[in-house]
Design a protein around this ligand. Sequence first.
Ligand code: GLC
Ligand code: CA
Length: 562
Amino acid sequence: MTESSRTAAADWWRQASVYQIYPRSFADANGDGIGDLKGITSKVGYLQELGIEAVWLSPFYPSELADGGYDVADYRDVDPKIGTLADFDEMTAALHAAGIKVIVDIVPNHTSDQHEWFQEALAAPKGSDARDRYIFREGKGENGELPPNNWTSIFGGPAWERITEPDGTPGQWYFHLFAKEQPDLNWDRRDVRDDFLKTLRFWSDRGVDGFRIDVAHSLTKNLDEAYDALTTILGDWSIFEDGQHPIWDRDEVHEIYAEWREVFNSYDPPRTAVAEAWVPKPHRRARYASPESLGQAFNFDLLVADFDAAEFRKIISENLEFATESGSSTTWVFSNHDVVRHATRYGLPSVHGGLNDGFSGGNNGKQWLLDGGDPAAVDVELGLRRAKAATALMLALPGSAYLYQGEELGLQEAGQIPDADRQDPAFFRNPGVDIGRDGCRVPLPWEPTGSALGFGAGTAHLPQPEWFADYAASAQEADAGSTLAFYRRALALRGELQTEEVLAWEETGAADVLHFSRPGGWHVVTNFGAEPVELPAGEILLTSTPLVDGKLPADSTAWLKR
Ligand code: GLC
Ligand code: CA
């Protein structure tokens, strides 16, 4: 390899399009109702035709599924319900052969309560090393019957759970930011740090190209009693921008990532990482994206924004600036496994004043779910139209674009899942306040008919609504006007037009029309307004909605070559 091709190979992530797979809901090869690694391998052709550069797999590790796999019992194995390490190697080889990189999810804030370390901690005495790997404290009250403080977990309910000591007496309490099956690790410990370094090497040695780091901003903590009185501490963190919040985004978390960076850089090409860090200010996010830290960070600003020209423009400009300052490229995303699908969010009656709490995905998605998730309350046509316009805009931006399985089919959120079928702990821990995230995790419709709509021979682990049949991949493959055809064309063109990581805003003379250009004559116009607009002269390469009398209709994006 020459020096410059080595750099090019090392930089693959800077402007990649990455497709997120939620493995349990992608494709089920053995018909037990749960998606599996062989299922993913069977769809490599589909992924290649889609034109993405990498896949990111949500956790496939052994798990009791208290939180959809984000409760990991063993970081260096595959869940037997999903496959084997041999299946993983086979899948990786097939994806690599198709030119697709592999990113896996690392969940360092907490283990599963089934992890051998936690089981050891339960069996070991107070004050032992085994207990110290987690966050154990004595309870308050006469007999320690009250939690150490009143903090509530992210999924609702107390952030502390009491254990039974090995001698059968009621005992200490442990801290969990998320569900009680997800005890938080104590990142002050060397053995905890070393074990994750080992995990990063384990997957890197197996050929994994990069890592997505779950809740990357929470590992180091200061559980000093001084903060106990602040009952909203886990939810309200906007007041802390100084790196001294007891839980979120503490400055010293980057000491951990500096060690990870050494591991990443010991491979050729260096392994990459992207931080999931819901920090409110781009300058705090930039720290995760620095080349000394994880290298890249999710930017959820467009995801929680209204479909609004001024808001989009401000977010784009700001993030490009911070990306340049941090030495990274920025990222963009509209949908993932934690939020209401954007084709649905954009079709909800009011796009203003939504509950942007991260897990709701903004734009009223959460409120709509609470109100019953009725598909009839969604303007499906408008939602999809705006979703395609937004995606076409995103795919033309400098930086990496993250796509979520099913969005290429224009899939809507499954808002109405019977309570008995729901799986998300956010639903169980927060009755009446949170419906949870199952609606975006329903198994994909591959065929318009047949068992689980082609997902697999068994009963899908989350029920597919009847209307899912209308979104089947096989039918869209045969239809040049389908959402799938649009995604394929956009991704192929993105590859051809890819250029330096900059954009220039062009004057449009209209507040609700954005126009930017990229080096090489790639022009992008998005009409956020209600009236069709004239396009500048040029060769039209792509439109998210067909032009009407040569004009770009409302809620649409066009790509031109000028
Ligand atoms: C992240 C994941 C989410 C999970 C949580 C706890 O936010 O994206 O799905 O529930 O972390 O691991
Ligand atoms: Ca299966």
